[in-house]
Ligand binder design. Sequence first.
Ligand code: GLC
Length: 728
Amino acid sequence: MNAQPLDHAIEDKVQALLSQMTLEEKVGQMTQIDVSVVTVPNGQDVDQPFDMSKLEDALFNHHVGSILNAPSTPNNRAQPIEKWRSMTQTIRSMAEKSRLKIPVIYGVDAIHGATYTDQSVLFPQAINMAATFNRDLSFKEGEIAAREVKASGIDWNFSPVMDIGRQPLWPRLWETYGEDVHLASSLGSAFIQGHQGDDASAADKAPTCLKHYVGYSFPINGKDRTPAWIGERMLREYFLPSFEAGIKAGAPTIMVNSAEVDGIPGHANYQYLTTILRGELGFTGFTVSDWEDIIRLYTRDKLAASPREAVKIAVMAGVDMSMVPFNFSFYDLLLDLARSGEVPVSRIDEAVTRILRVKYQTGLFQRTEPDIAVAGHFATKEAVAINRQAAQESIVLAKNDQHLLPLSKKASILVTGPTANLLSVMNGGWTLTWQGDNEQLYPKDKLTLFKAIQQKTSGKVTYVGGNSYQEEINIEQAVNEARKHDVVVLALGENTYTETSGNIETLNLPFPQLQLAKAIFATGKPVVLVTFGGRPRIITEIAEQANAVVLGFLPGMEGGVAMADILFGDVNPSAKLPISYPRNTNDIVLYDHKPIESYETNQYKPLYPFGHGLSYTQFETTGLRLSHEQIKLGEGIEVSVEVKNTGKITGKEAVLVYLNDVAASVTRPSKQLKAYAKVELKAGETQTLSFELPAEAMSFIGVDMKRRIEPGEFKVMVGNQTVSFTVN
Ligand code: GLC
């Protein structure tokens, strides 16, 4: 299946160039290094960070095809956009002097905007974008991320994460679009379409990178980079489809899973990387390893007997480019393997063909300077407004007893808790630095939750807390202040992290937060519980005592003002959970569970279910109708439903369409999301929504591991309505 048809004009150019290349130049194209290899120590502190002799050596002697990350030692640090433009121009100009003038493709993890460019527009993280159930916002995020990456002079974005988030302990859950395949596939595809447009070589567009292929997000013990045990049916039902969707959406690069599935490291898995990715999914771009993961086949996985064998295993499995990243070992070893014939030159030609193809597709050969100006394309007011809307639509109102919310702007408010007065806790990892935890680097003009509340109200607002997440909060002082105020906004949750740094041993909240909450509740004051963080930490006891619960997760740089917009009713919340929010740390059952998981004492009883989210108004869905009572195998079906705003104020509502295959030769989930749409309705307004469920929606992976549809009864569920139809 060729999901990505080739452009013959580009193919001709690729082959013409390939035929001129030496073996060294080919192997160089497959080599990606971290920018620190070619910069002076502490390059983050100087205007011109390159060590020019090292840069020349990399480009002229090792013919490096790609460079990644931001200058700094040891980890990335955000740089001014002018410095980025100058840096990438230096590389571009030097590549122009190489024998064949093959451009270097420069990549960064702009996973919620241009991560390492100062003042960039940094969106809610993917888990929040999923909570918006708003494709249009995901498309716009892609447009803005691409524009700001390109305005920085950078070429390539290691995003979106298409991993499915089904393990709440995993420290990268927040980088995913949540637990549902359809939601992740549709929002990830919208991001790619916005980011690449119809022509990825356009000045304000850039290539994306699906990651981390495949099965990285489901470590059985919840810790990052530990084994996943995923059978073929689960792989094909839950973990491949979002990558298939991303490939169909035109993503030209794929980053490989850093961990292992069924005992085979992602970088050694020929079946995943070649048989399935190329043979079944028709991917024609190139794969890039994750960080140092070829070397780790030897140093960590003990799969390869030597670094040389590790290179051979990975390249022959289907890895086209190595994120080495700190030296030229891959270059040297692969050259040696090619000269000895252990890696056929045909395999190297195949990898280089794919890399050159993407470089031509994305216009790199035509690019002689940063493609777009900063003015009008970077940190524009319009982009910031879209970011604020995304944050507003990504924050989940989970509980609102006695309609405590929205708060009066005259109320006196105590704001306390470890996430109340920090920007980092609302942005998470990949924000200005790798771990996102350098609060001093955050823009001074963006507001924390406390400052946003203070700015919005005329009432007395007091903050009790520290200047960092770790700082102990004076509980006695918080209690005394609580007694003097009308209401308490208690902001709890997680610090920032990503990857193995974010591994934890329990989903429970840290004990000091529980103590603070207990003391605040004892005052008898009404409490709004606000949480920020990348994972659903267990808040059950606290949520039961709070009058209102607002789940912020990681709403990005506008998160503070967006949360305040919601707390005071300037915005009516509309987000819905893209994950099941667990009631207890070991009660991890997901919404699309199997019948056996909700049989007798087994029950799906999260604190808040997938799709849960309240509004300040009310909505009702009625009149669920299907285009047919019966359809033939292979036919689709149309669903229509009325949605009405039965409350008193305008609101937005995501209408979710679920399907259940009542009986099949493989057990089927109790329900699966198959379509959704978000509408804005005035008080009293009704809209009729129509959804097309294609035949594929009724399909599943059969006993023979092939996708199939079986005759029988199906149920369509929207809100509290269910209508059946039969496939004959
Ligand atoms: C990291 C991450 C990956 C990222 C890459 C480059 O290890 O796993 O998501 O794109 O390295 O920063």
